[in-house]
Design a protein around this ligand. Sequence first.
Ligand SMILES: [Zn+2]
Length: 180
Amino acid sequence: MTLFSILLTSIFCSAVALAQQTPQSLADAELPSLLPIYKDIHSHPELSGHEERTATLVAKELRATGCQVTEHLGKYQDSKFKPHGVVGVMKNGDGPTVLVRTDMDALPVHEETGLPYASTVTTNNDEGKEVPVMHACGHDAHMSMFIGVARSLAKLKDQWHGTILFVAQPAEETGNGARA
Ligand SMILES: [Zn+2]
């Protein structure tokens, strides 16, 4: 290999390395593994204050990115709700602290999309009435993007310094999860 071709190769490789780290290419890289997570969350919706399975999934995914994870965070005034808040801390040296949040609860809505991963879930609501449940507000997408952001920032640790707080909030639809 000539010096020129070595130089050319190294320039090309740096260009490829840079090109691999545009927001679009980072998103493209995560999409195939995030879609099954999205569909899993979508087909297993949980009502506000009952996000047990969802919170466990989010905590597991945050842990896999190297975050220090705390589960069951929060306290409701009404003790019939168990706290399902999740916080992941991604530390990467000195620097600013940035909060990234998602919400986790679904709605008492009947899904009529006909999608293969459509929700068929029904549950008893807090009044004891059987209701259908669906992620009709996009929290399934929020969580998938949230996990994608955590994975991407973990991969880019040589390009930023500081602390990221990944907060997964329960009971957004009813308004009491943030306070809890
Ligand atoms: Zn919502």
